[in-house]
Design a protein around this ligand. Structure first.
Ligand code: GLC
Length: 763
């Protein structure tokens, strides 16, 4: 966004805000008054916790269930984290504190954490210097580092410096831009196929120096307290559930949120929205959600509608809903300064806005002009804010899109966010800056989740944001390079424990060529959030507006709906375990070193490997397969090792793991696809009534054809007849409850559910 788009007032306002910010921030500058821990004084155990004493500090280490270790050097503002279950704890053995899983000792200046196998897990110390509190740990030459939230760097972050400061990219960004909107102080270290995760419970300004300043050290530093971090050890399938024990598990979203979503800045009025929905209907392309960007509002005031452009939102939403389309509106954290505007008046009267230290309300310009910002860290403000969504719900709106919540501010110069010295209930804004968008999502979620499962899309956030909201990668450029970057950024978000991720399909700022758009759309099929969005003055992206590419676009969107039963099942699993839906290829086998550097493939859930085509004019690509055999989705061809895969524009290279059982929708009927393996096969299918009534069906088949169909829950699935389709082996006969059933094209049907069956294969 260029300031000139706003005319003179915004210009004046941004200058006056920037001046205020600088004046307040320098008058109320906060120097770090933390002392360096100093000399080591001793190590002991107190009620199961380790206490390491230093001249000026006392480190406390607690052991929790799930292989979680909490290291508290200095306390600070409380972070929104779950309470953990303490486990047995430590006792002293000579000069070491020992638990059943690790031991802690001190040597030179370092705390040494050793595993029960005698191998060192971490060696590091905390020091205070140059205004930062730093945790410095050793790195081996071969260690890789992943995570850190939204990062436009390479997948392995080794050698980079990642700033932890949520920040608006100012309308457009590409590879290497840093920091971005959503930073997460989570870093996963891999060495020789073994993992250690560190999560820093700090939402202030900081850096992860991933071996940049010193090749053999990682340094994570913060300007403010706390210096408290968690170390989690184990394999990937243990580490992520443990991380979610601390930060909260991803919530269970409504199924429609997993369908296709169409957005644009902006669909301007009632007539245009109806035209777009009609277009989807006429072309027989499903549409689960349509977004209204800022122009739907009355002068960019939150919780209002422009009554000329949208005279009857309720009837428009009802019209959309007839086609199964949900209307989602953007909501901004800035409340327009406008005496007479109810929301502003109420918040002002109740003193809900964030203030400067001298008690003056902080005003700063955003889209609406001068605005004030509710303090979402306060429970009373959050409850009041949550109530405002009711008017939107009554108007037929069914989802919400939180933008500009870093918070972004239009400034004349300097940092484009809120003054650090601003005062929030939880402390100084600068110390909890990275929680602003998170708290806004929590405020909306807490209210909206009382009735049903909400959908909130948020640009900013912090660790554990998936417990309240979905996120997307913001205003990315439109280019092949950026398509590839988006995949990497999303993989690092996953490695930071985030489940519900996506990007603007086609990029935000430009008009993609037909083939770039199709390739981006194809990648979108395999991201939790599947949303097309673009800036003003970009070419139309509705599928029928794409000339000769329209047919492929429509097919691509339909493919997403075919895969929905699988995607919903994987979403449920992520909700139950905290394991992200999208994962790097190495998740399948971290001991396979050639997988660890693969940044252009992804696992989509447990069973699907996707290798998106991300280059201009490319009609084939190399795919490195994790161990085992992989079935080509289109023709069941079996692949393993490394292969060149042909991929004309209508084809997305994606593969089903042998041994998996994958539910797919076939024209409204359910097909349970069984990918044969001589190690046996298994898989699940989850469905529910959008509430607590659910059905989890578990299928397993031995290599000899003994089939079991287990069920948990009471939901009556909308699918009456189940079709079971075998891939990779011919089926001679099927016997259910002593009765032979017909086999047709390698598949058989069941009108009624059975417990067990005998499948006879032609070997
Ligand atoms: C920001 C958002 C973008 C949105 C625009 C207008 O740039 O990131 O998605 O379209 O604001 O609201």
């Amino acid at each position: 966004m260029k300031i000139s788009e706003f005319g003179e007032d915004i210009m004046k306002d941004s200058f006056s805000y920037s001046l205020n910010r600088d004046l307040y921030d320098s008058k109320y500058r906060k120097e770090n008054d933390v002392n360096d821990p100093g000399k080591f004084a001793g190590i002991s155990v107190d009620k199961g916790s380790v206490v390491v004493s230093f001249e000026n500090a006392s480190l406390k280490v607690k052991e929790y269930e799930g292989n979680i270790y909490e290291f508290t050097w200095f306390e600070g503002p409380a972070m929104p984290l779950e309470s953990l279950q303490e486990s047995e704890g430590f006792h002293m053995e000579a000069d070491r504190a020992v638990s059943s899983r690790i031991s802690i000792s001190f040597a030179d200046r370092d705390i040494i954490v050793t595993g029960s196998d005698g191998k060192e897990i971490e060696r590091g110390h905390v020091e205070v210097s140059g205004g930062y509190i730093k945790h410095i740990t050793s790195l081996n030459g071969w260690d890789r580092l992943f995570g850190s939230g939204e990062r436009a760097f390479s997948l392995n972050l080794r050698g980079q410096v990642c700033r932890l400061w949520n920040h608006d990219a100012n309308g457009s960004y590409g590879p290497d831009s840093d920091p971005l909107y959503l930073n997460i102080p989570v870093i996963l270290q891999e060495g020789n196929g073994k993992f250690v995760m560190r999560f820093y419970a700090n939402a202030g300004d900081g850096y992860i120096d991933a071996g940049y300043s010193s090749e053999d050290h990682m340094m994570v530093s913060f300007r403010s307290l706390p210096m408290k971090y968690y170390i989690i050890i184990g394999n990937l399938n243990d580490i992520y559930p443990s991380l979610s024990r601390i930060t909260g598990r991803p919530y269970m979203p409504p199924e429609w949120a997993l369908g296709f979503q169409q957005s644009r800045y902006s669909y301007m009025n009632d007539e245009e929205v109806r035209r777009v929905i009609d277009g989807f209907r006429k072309n027989g392309i499903p549409l689960s959600a349509l977004y209204l960007d800022i122009d739907y509002m009355d002068g960019y005031r939150d919780f209002t509608f422009n009554s000329k452009a949208f005279p009857d939102m309720k009837s428009l939403a009802a019209y959309a809903s007839e086609y199964g389309t949900h209307i989602i509106t953007i909501i901004e954290p800035g409340v327009k300064f406008d005496p007479g505007y109810r929301i502003y008046e109420e918040a002002l009267k109740n003193r809900f806005f964030i203030k400067y230290p001298d008690g003056n309300t902080l005003y700063a310009p955003v889209w609406a002009g001068m605005s004030a910002f509710p303090d979402f860290s306060r429970p009373d403000v959050s409850s009041w804010w949550g109530l405002q969504y009711d008017y939107m719900l009554e108007s037929g709106i069914s989802g919400f899109w939180h933008d500009m919540n870093e918070p972004a501010i239009f400034t004349g110069w300097g940092d484009n966010t809120m003054a650090e010295s601003a005062v929030q209930a939880d402390g100084r804004h600068g110390d909890i800056h990275n929680l602003f968008g998170y708290y806004m999502a929590r405020a909306a979620f807490d209210h909206l989740s009382q009735g049903s499962r909400p959908f909130i899309l948020s640009r900013s956030g912090w660790a554990g944001i998936s417990r309240y909201a979905w996120i997307w990668t913001g205003d990315t450029e439109t280019s092949w390079k950026e398509l590839k970057q988006n995949l990497i950024t999303i993989l690092n978000l996953s490695m930071s424990g985030i489940s519900y991720t996506g990007c603007d399909v086609g990029g935000f700022t430009g008009s993609p060529t037909g083939d770039l758009f199709i390739r981006w759309l194809q990648m979108g099929v395999f991201l939790p959030l599947f949303r097309v969005h673009s800036s003003k003055n970009t070419g139309r992206r509705e599928p029928w507006e794409l000339g000769k590419y329209s047919g492929v676009a429509a097919e691509t969107i339909r493919l997403r709906y075919r895969l929905l039963p699988y995607i919903y099942t994987e979403t449920y699993k992520s909700h139950m375990t905290g394991i992200p839906i999208v994962r790097p290829a190495f998740w399948a086998d971290p001991s396979d070193s050639k997988l660890l550097d693969i940044d252009d493939e992804m696992m989509f859930g447990n069973s699907i490997l996707v290798a998106p085509v991300m280059g201009k004019g490319m009609n084939s690509r190399d795919v490195v397969f994790p161990p085992g055999k992989w079935y080509d989705f289109y023709d069941d061809h079996l692949f393993s090792g490394k292969c060149e895969i042909s991929a004309g524009l209508e084809k997305i290279p994606f593969f089903m793991a042998e041994g998996s059982i994958i539910p797919v929708d076939e024209d409204g009927k359910i097909a349970i696809n069984i990918y044969y393996s001589d190690h046996g096969m298994k898989g699940e299918f989850y469905s529910d009534n959008s509430g607590s009534d659910y059905l989890l069906e578990e299928f397993s088949i031995s290599a000899d054809g003994d089939m079991r169909w287990g069920r948990e829950g009471t939901y009556e699935s909308r699918y009456r007849e189940y079709r079971f389709r075998l891939h990779g082996i011919a089926l001679s006969s099927v016997n259910i409850n002593g009765q032979e059933v017909p086999v047709n094209e390698n598949s058989f049907s069941a009108g009624e559910k059975f417990e067990s069956a005998k499948l006879v294969f032609q070997k």
